[in-house]
Design a protein. Structure first.
Length: 72
């Protein structure tokens, strides 16, 4: 598993988690926080979650995009 952190131009924090298992059963339910726990907590932080396969379809990357809090 590989984790990468970056800050986008709009100051959003990008968290990429790449793992060697390209399968993502019930990905929609997991991303919506309806299955499992990990992504549910990410969604509670109001992160935008997406995922993609590598070009060779051997790995997948799940990305969480967290916008900065602009409340006073």
């Amino acid at each position: 598993m590989t984790v990468r952190l970056a800050v986008a131009e709009d100051n959003a924090l990008l968290v990429d988690v790449e793992d060697p298992h390209p399968e993502f059963p019930d990905s929609k339910a997991a991303i919506e926080g309806e299955k499992g726990n990990g992504l549910m907590y990410v969604r509670l932080l109001r992160a935008q979650v997406t995922w993609s396969l590598s070009e060779d379809a051997r790995t997948k990357t799940v990305q969480a995009r967290l916008l900065p809090d602009t409340s006073p």
